[in-house]
Design a protein around this ligand. Structure first.
Ligand SMILES: [Zn+2]
Length: 199
């Protein structure tokens, strides 16, 4: 027996829950078991634990001759809108767009909260990386100190004619001394090549 059923509070006739099942008898038993399980924290089961399972009345809304998932979900949705059950956890067959519309504020809030969380996480990760990189550099320097100092003090003979230590390479390359010297050296080279002169 495929059916859509409702669970009603006997005391005030309030429709609490709408669902679909292949066997209402078996489904009732499952609901009964779940209502006693504190790990089941849905709105419905929490409420049933409050009022007691005996106050529930299960009723078939419509029976279907055979299983048809699409038809069932459409019907489930139809009856959900009709009865507005107060304790259903999910709205049956709600589309993504409908969900977004219904929960717009919640989603925006969720995203904002998560963005802040992610930002914090990323900052932590980056500072951690920064520390790792610094530690690695320190370790490298410590291990290769002699080699590094040796390299830094190496005398470099620049094509501009000047001599400087490796550690001042950048400073020298950007200096006027280097620029002028290099131009003079290039002129000298051209003269040495003895290229034909244009008049
Ligand atoms: Zn130079």
């Amino acid at each position: 027996m495929n059916c859509i059923y409702k669970a009603v509070d006997k005391q005030n006739n309030e429709c609490l829950y709408i669902g679909y099942t292949k066997s209402l008898y078996a489904r009732k038993a499952v609901h009964h078991t779940h209502s006693k399980n504190i790990k089941k924290t849905s709105k419905f089961y929490k409420y049933v634990r409050e009022i007691g399972f005996d106050r529930l009345h299960f009723e078939t809304i419509i029976e279907l001759p055979h299983y048809d998932r699409t038809l069932l979900s459409k019907l489930e949705r139809h009856y959900y809108d009709l009865y507005q059950p107060s304790k259903n956890y999910n709205v049956p067959s709600r589309t993504q767009l409908e969900y977004m519309k219904d929960n717009y504020a919640k989603i925006v809030h969720h995203n904002l909260v998560n963005r802040e969380k992610n930002n914090i996480k990323n900052r932590q990760k980056n500072s951690l990386n920064h520390e790792v990189i610094n530690a690695r550099a320190k370790l490298y320097y410590h291990k290769n100190r002699v080699k590094i100092l040796d390299k830094l003090s190496t005398q470099i003979n620049c094509p501009c004619g000047a001599t400087f230590r490796f550690q001042f390479k950048k400073l020298h390359r950007e200096s006027d001394l280097h620029r002028v010297g290099l131009r003079n050296e290039i002129c000298k080279t051209i003269e040495k090549l003895n290229l034909p002169k244009y008049e």
